[in-house]
Design a protein around this ligand. Structure first.
Ligand SMILES: NC(=O)c1ccc[n+]([C@@H]2O[C@H](COP(=O)([O-])OP(=O)(O)OC[C@H]3O[C@@H](n4cnc5c(N)ncnc54)[C@H](OP(=O)(O)O)[C@@H]3O)[C@@H](O)[C@H]2O)c1
Length: 300
């Protein structure tokens, strides 16, 4: 049977629209000691009116996650994808790209699993990559917030089997850390990695434990880490209770795929067990056209 494809006309459906604030919780994150962000600079505020503040934890970096989901809870289309990291799920939504860019702009590190890296070999995990026309405005805002020019990309891999020509591993001015296992590091040692890529071994086993990954994030000097997936990595961070907030875009499509395989966070081997779901509270709601932008906060 032929795979259904997103209509190209969907791509422009929310182009240039403001992400209109509908509701905001007055409550900050419990245990937060400081905040990052505030009102966006004028060049960005027309698209994102009002404040965006990230609460900073005292005990460890704040961990945010960002995903786009279809109405039926599908976040990845597997081998049939024509756009990486949820682009096809969002219908190539420009508003979703804007939201992603804003979050990258506030992050010290963007963390992705190797599956997400492999899904889009031209992708670079910066705000400028998503919104080239607004690159200067995002750079200026980072400067005002005393952040480094670009967030560091952290790629998580057990195997170390990465395409060294991937754009995200070679972007000028974007530091990259590969968090991997001993075996992964041995494999990577044989590859011609770009000079901006540093390999760090995390833990002693066949996976990178979530806690060891957080130590790498902390070692990079980060106060805010943004996990952009994929579902496997997010599920592991969630299970380790390390995700503080989830920014979830709801795209107005029913993907009609096998949700057990492509569902957010809960892929095989990462379920919490019966009766152990993680609850969260709604922190804000925005909309741009038919896209809904939800922000949820998990309790410590
Ligand atoms: N809807 C959205 O917003 C969104 C966002 C991101 C991604 N996606 C989609 O999700 C799909 C990829 O899904 P996925 O679940 O396979 O992605 P993933 O979590 O990015 O990749 C899984 C791979 O990452 C590495 N990995 C993850 N956690 C690890 C750990 N704790 N220790 C060691 N290695 C670890 C392993 O790499 P090795 O195999 O190298 O060992 C593993 O095979 C793609 O289709 C992508 O487009 C969607």
């Amino acid at each position: 049977m032929e795979e259904p494809t997103i209509e190209v006309t969907m791509a422009g459906r929310s182009e240039g629209l403001a992400l209109e604030p509908l509701w905001e919780s007055p409550e900050p994150m419990r245990d937060a000691v400081d905040r990052r962000g505030g009102l966006l600079p004028p060049a960005l505020a027309t698209r994102f009116p009002g404040e965006l503040c990230i609460d900073l934890r005292a005990d460890r970096p704040t961990v945010l996650a960002n995903f786009v989901t279809s109405l039926d809870g599908v976040v990845a289309l597997g081998p049939h994808e024509t756009g990486a990291g949820g682009a096809e799920i969002s219908g190539f939504s420009e508003s979703d790209r804007f939201m992603m860019a804003v979050l990258r702009c506030l992050a010290d590190v963007v963390v992705v699993g190797a599956g997400t890296l492999r899904a889009g070999r031209r992708h670079v995990w910066t705000a400028a990559h998503l919104q080239p026309a607004l690159a200067d405005a995002f750079a200026a805002w980072r400067g005002e917030l005393w952040l480094t020019p670009q967030p560091t990309t952290i790629v998580v891999t057990a195997s170390g089997n990465l395409d060294v020509t991937h754009a995200g591993l070679n972007a000028p001015g974007v530091p990259v850390i590969v968090a991997t296992t001993r075996a992964g590091a041995d494999h990577l040692a044989m590859l011609p990695l770009s000079s901006n890529v540093r390999v760090e071994v995390a833990g002693h086993g066949e996976r990178v434990p979530a806690g060891a990954l957080l130590e790498i994030v902390r070692g990079a000097g980060a106060r805010v880490a943004l996990c952009e997936g994929g579902p496997h990595l997010f599920g592991e961070l969630l299970r380790a209770r390390l995700v503080d907030e989830l920014f979830l875009t709801v795209a107005p499509q029913v993907a009609g795929r096998d949700a057990a395989v492509h569902r957010l966070g809960l892929v095989e081997g990462t379920s919490f067990g019966e009766g152990h779901g993680r609850w969260s509270s709604l922190a804000s709601v925005r909309r741009a056209g038919d896209d809904l932008f939800l922000r949820y906060r998990f309790e410590p």
